[in-house]
Design a binder for this molecule. Structure first.
Ligand SMILES: Nc1ncnc2c1ncn2[C@@H]1O[C@H](COP(=O)(O)OP(=O)(O)OP(=O)(O)O)[C@@H](O)[C@H]1O
Length: 747
């Protein structure tokens, strides 16, 4: 694929004439094989994957039945040449099943196991569609290929470049984290194919002048279920609203969505659902050996360390649940020197570094600690030996994508999942999804403990201690945030042991976990928290408070204000006065208390019982009884008038103060200037005694002096012009002048 260069229309037509015969053949093939439109209206039934290749359910395409080589496909020579150059000869299942449909211009929902060649299944039709439409430079954006991550977009772009290198289309990679957005803006309108992440595409739609997708022919969503997920909802809806409805849409993923709602958002037309491996015994690649191991939370790092030490000659991809976890484990293990290069990849890294790490890992045998940013689509040169999931994936789909980084295409691979005793349900769910897992036991004798080593590292490197604390908190937070509460239950975790396993000297305080310590279940407490309580508020490290002279118990109580209240709510027993009260009423009252979130500086008003009142409560009209919530207008107006008066006063004081400050500043500057000038003159005088030439020079020099008669004192006077020699004014006279000046200024 070449870079965009302007080309005259005439030359373009001429170059195409030679290929016209080929195009005609292709069109004839497509027309002859096209089944009647509407034969499969939003049918999500998979086609029989054992059907002859290229054969549709209605029997058309019989000419191509049984063909499984790219060379047999009725595609342009340029595409064939590209495929040959890349050494692609035989089609994979998904390619054989989907290409006949996609080459006909139909919308496709393609599902096939990880590493089964879905990329080519959409790259080929994209090239062919634009080729058939005789797309040229001046036609603008003809195709958009979207990917959920930047690395995957980069990988797709590489495949497109190599397979489409004989075509004349221009293509661009638009991903976030790149600084050259302005250069992108200049060229984006002249690109034919955009490979992008949703965020960056939307940025161009919003910011690039005249960005035009109105002629779009094909829209491709790779990892479609992820892009259609809530995480990208806003971006995707905004993007789709700017695309023409009349287009071909191709959706591919190993875990394809069948949600009609999702598909309706994309306005698919009679899409073909092609789940080529639906009848397969397993949802994961056949050459993948999958194992799971029961590992308690506090033993995870020991197990991971021992695993790495035992596989120093392998390329290992390790998944952890958060950036902080990745950072901590990477930094800590790096200091412990396991004997194999370590790398880390997460969303908080700069894009250049992310890309660098990705390609290094493709080239070099090493261990890559990563978040789910590397879980989808990445090919890593088909060379990952092990995928180790230290933290349990959020669901089966996430599991399938993570393990799919190994055992790609025809190569083999192995995976290991650490399951905590509280997560055993995950194994059942994986089994239901046809994921064959062998549960194995670790050889206890070979497990090396790193907790003690980590503890001493934390003492030596204070930064690491901070990382460790953050890792601790974010892990618990991630568990708390998980949607599947059947599997993820933060209350079942051995918190103290986990903290110790990270080398921390003591367990960081986490508010909602204190419920548990006080004998209340966390879920009870959490269910009582207001909906809008951000998770960040639920989990936080203790902030060191200045010594208030209170005993430890008192301080803890204060620190735990929220926790204490919520715990009482959990008990649902007695109110503060000791009266019996209906449980619901206690709940409501306490809930309101918890819900007080105020910005800094907000005035809080308390009633006689110490309960907080809304900000304008003091202005409430109490004449209608205690329950009245009407505001007394007179009181409000009076209060505002008072506030206005106060403001005016404060404003006047401020202005006076400012004026005074300015005046002082000006005087100081003038004095300084004067002193400098005097010193200069004294020096000159000294020099003139010894060097006549300099003396003459001094007189001619234009020196500035403030005229004492001049009220504003700012105007300089040219002494040479006035005919007054500087040394004609004595120091005493100058002092007198300065004093005069000062007094005039002060007055
Ligand atoms: N027809 C083919 N012949 C040989 N190799 C192929 C063929 N198709 C794809 N491959 C290779 O198989 C590997 C996996 O392909 P690809 O990345 O497209 O898989 P995928 O199905 O998109 O995987 P994932 O679901 O993880 O995104 C790549 O290295 C690719 O080069």
């Amino acid at each position: 694929m070449r870079k965009h260069t302007p080309k005259s229309r005439k030359a373009k037509i001429q170059s195409r004439l030679s290929e016209v015969h080929e195009i005609e053949l292709l069109e004839a093939w497509i027309e002859s094989g096209k089944p009647e439109s509407g034969s499969n209206p939003l049918s999500l039934e998979p086609l029989p994957h054992k059907a002859p290749v290229g054969c549709l359910p209605d029997g058309s395409f019989s000419r191509y039945a049984g063909c499984d080589r790219f060379s047999q496909l009725p595609v342009s020579k340029k595409t064939k040449d590209g495929l040959i150059d890349c050494k692609f000869k035989t089609m994979t299942d998904i390619q054989r099943a989907s290409l006949p449909h996609s080459l006909c211009g139909r919308d496709i929902l393609g599902a096939a196991k990880t590493g089964s060649g879905k990329t080519l299944a959409f790259v080929i039709p994209v090239l062919e569609k634009l080729y058939k439409a005789r797309w040229g430079d001046e036609d603008g954006v003809g195709c958009i290929i979207m990917s959920p991550t930047r690395e995957l977009a980069g990988q797709l772009f590489d495949v497109l470049k190599s397979v489409g290198k004989h075509h004349g289309f221009s293509a661009g990679l638009l991903i976030g984290g790149r600084k050259d957005v302005d250069t992108e803006k200049e060229h984006v309108n002249s690109l034919n194919i955009l490979v992008c992440t949703p965020g960056r595409l939307l940025q161009h739609m919003d910011e690039t002048p005249n960005f035009d997708c109105s002629q779009l022919q094909v829209l491709v969503l790779d990892e479609a279920d992820r892009i259609l997920d809530v995480g990208f909802k806003r971006e995707l809806n905004a993007i789709i609203s700017q695309l023409p409805k009349h287009r071909q849409t191709l959706l591919f993923s190993a875990t394809q969505t069948k949600s009609v709602q999702d598909l309706a958002r994309l306005s698919l037309k009679d899409p073909e659902y092609l789940g080529v491996h639906e009848e397969s015994d397993t949802a994961t690649p056949n050459r993948l050996q999958q194992t799971a191991m029961l590992v308690p939370l506090d033993k995870k790092l020991d197990m991971l360390w021992s695993f790495i030490k035992a596989h120093l000659n392998s390329r290992i991809l390790v998944f952890l649940s958060s950036c902080k976890q990745v950072k901590f484990v990477f930094e800590a293990f790096k200091k412990l020197r396991p004997g194999i290069p370590l790398k880390c990849l997460h969303g908080r890294m700069k894009q250049d570094r992310r890309m660098g790490i990705y390609s290094q890992f493709c080239e070099q045998r090493s261990v890559l600690f990563s978040t789910d940013v590397a879980s989808r689509g990445l090919d890593f040169n088909k060379a990952v030996d092990w995928v180790v999931q230290v933290d349990c994936p959020e669901d089966c789909a996430a599991y399938i994508h993570r393990v799919g980084r190994t055992a790609r295409y025809l190569s083999g691979g192995r995976s290991l999942l650490f399951v905590m005793p509280s997560e055993m349900k995950m194994l059942e769910k994986l089994e239901e999804k046809k994921i064959p897992l062998r549960v194995i036991k670790a050889n206890e004798k070979r497990i090396q403990s790193v907790s003690d080593l980590l503890a001493s590292l934390l003492v030596k490197y204070p930064d690491l201690q901070h990382l460790s604390q953050r890792a601790f908190v974010t892990y618990l937070k991630s568990i708390h945030k998980q949607r599947d509460k059947e599997i993820f239950d933060v209350t079942k975790l051995p918190i103290d042991e986990f903290s110790a396993s990270l080398g921390l000297p003591m367990t960081p305080k986490i508010r909602f976990l204190k419920q548990k310590l006080k004998g209340k279940t966390v879920s009870e407490a959490l269910s009582l928290l207001p909906d809008d309580t951000s998770n960040d508020n639920l989990l936080e490290l203790p902030i060191k408070k200045p010594d208030t002279g209170k005993s430890e118990g008192e301080e803890v109580e204060e620190d735990l204000l929220l926790a204490k209240e919520t715990q009482e709510v959990g008990e649902l027993k007695i109110n503060s006065k000791g009266d019996d009260m209906p449980a619901t009423r206690v709940l409501k009252k306490k809930k309101l208390k918890i819900n007080v979130h105020r910005p800094v500086g907000t005035r809080v008003v308390f009633d006689e019982e110490g309960n907080t009142l809304p900000p304008l409560a003091r202005l409430a009209d109490t004449s209608g009884g205690a329950d009245s919530v009407q505001l007394n207008k007179e009181k409000v107006n009076h209060r505002y008038a008072e506030l206005r008066k106060n403001l005016k006063l404060v404003d006047k004081e401020d202005k006076d103060l400012d004026r005074k400050r300015l005046k002082e500043k000006r005087i100081k500057e003038k004095m300084k200037y004067k002193r400098g000038r005097e010193e200069e003159e004294e020096e000159d005088e000294e020099l003139s005694g010894s060097d006549g030439e300099l003396s003459g020079g001094r007189v001619n020099k234009k020196t500035k002096i403030f005229d004492s008669d001049d009220d504003d004192g700012e105007k300089p006077k040219d002494m040479a012009k006035e005919g007054i020699a500087a040394d004609a004014i004595s120091v005493a006279e100058q002092e007198e002048l300065a004093l005069k000046l000062l007094s005039s200024m002060n007055s």
